[in-house]
Design a protein around this ligand. Structure first.
Ligand SMILES: C[S@@+](CC[C@H](N)C(=O)[O-])C[C@H]1O[C@@H](n2cnc3c(N)ncnc32)[C@H](O)[C@@H]1O
Length: 295
């Protein structure tokens, strides 16, 4: 254990901002393996002094590595506020720190997170998730984040026009709408049933000075979709609620062509709508993105 800690202490490259993934691995190793193991030994030890010293060194290392990440994220947040970091520039900047391949995104058969999520979480400014204040109805689905690489894939495959207005139906903490705005430069709106999530998402967009991102605290059955052209759903609800909202979107499609993008189990119900066709054929895995266009 001591030699592992010494090796990390001596590795100056871990404090270079660009080595985000290496740093992430070191933080995970220290936090989830080393400190846990020291704690196990401590329970059985009659002379714990040396173990306690090692534990303290490991904790100090984690704090120092996290401080490097914080500096990096603050710098990127400032660049976003100064509007110097959108579209390709934002994607290129992230690629300097996280090696991800969008082509891999659609191959997973379940929701899975990776270093891109760790990086985007770091950028998201608020660390503690707010408590749910309202009970969900049985057909409503609890908050779960769309993996970040799926949002990057969505932007890459959606062929957005400049005047598109993107809606995330069941927006949770707002990450999808914020990333779509940052990556595609289009207006993005999030509809969310839970007021605490909606407040969190609003604070996040305000802290990054994103004036084209708004969050509306509303039940999707009562929302106004008249401005939207692209609607995303990571299965926010099922059954009759989904049918009601799909019917509202069908009525919008009588006014203008719309796209519906799905992720997760709601895909099957959306695929059964005769007024939609799949614009981008995908292998039939519910955890690949499906992009539907109205006729
Ligand atoms: C699976 S999460 C998706 C969160 C977000 N789209 C994302 O990918 O990060 C589903 C979200 O839908 C919200 N939700 C459920 N029923 C809703 C309704 N009737 N109207 C608006 N939001 C709803 C939940 O509170 C939850 O935050």
């Amino acid at each position: 254990m001591q030699s592992y800690i010494e090796a990390i202490e001596k590795d100056a490259s871990l404090y270079e901002e660009r080595n985000f993934e290496k740093r992430s691995e070191a933080i995970d190793f220290l936090g989830f393996q080393l400190i846990d193991q020291i704690d196990e030994f401590l329970q059985e030890s009659s002379s714990p002094d040396k173990l306690l010293q090692l534990r303290q060194r490991a904790e100090e290392l984690v704090s120092a590595l996290e401080a490097t990440d914080r500096k990096l994220f603050q710098r990127i947040q400032s660049a976003i506020r100064l509007k110097g970091c959108t579209g390709m520039a934002f994607k290129k900047l992230i690629k300097q720190y996280v090696d991800f391949n969008i082509a891999d995104a659609g191959s997973l058969e379940e929701v899975g997170y990776d270093n891109l999520d760790v990086f985007i979480n770091g950028l998201s400014l608020f660390e503690t998730m707010p408590e749910q204040t309202k009970d969900l109805e049985p057909e409503m689905v609890y908050y779960q984040k769309t993996p970040a690489r799926i949002i990057f894939e969505l932007v890459e495959k959606s062929d957005f026009r400049k005047d598109d207005v993107f809606f995330d139906i069941g927006a949770g903490l707002g990450q999808v709408a914020i990333l779509v705005n940052l990556l595609a430069g289009i207006t993005a709106k999030g509809l969310e049933f839970e007021p605490a999530f909606c407040d969190y998402a609003r604070d996040c967009a305000a802290a990054l000075d994103l004036s084209d991102v708004t969050f509306i605290n509303v039940d999707a059955r009562q929302a106004d979709y008249s401005e939207g052209t692209v609607f995303f759903m990571f299965t926010p609800f099922k059954g009759e609620i989904l049918d009601t909202v799909l019917d509202m979107l069908r009525r919008e499609s009588l006014q203008r062509k719309i796209k519906i993008i799905t992720y997760g189990p709601c895909t099957a119900r959306v695929a059964a709508q005769s007024w939609l066709h799949v614009a981008v054929p995908e292998q039939s895995n519910i955890y690949t993105l499906h992009i539907f266009t109205s006729f």
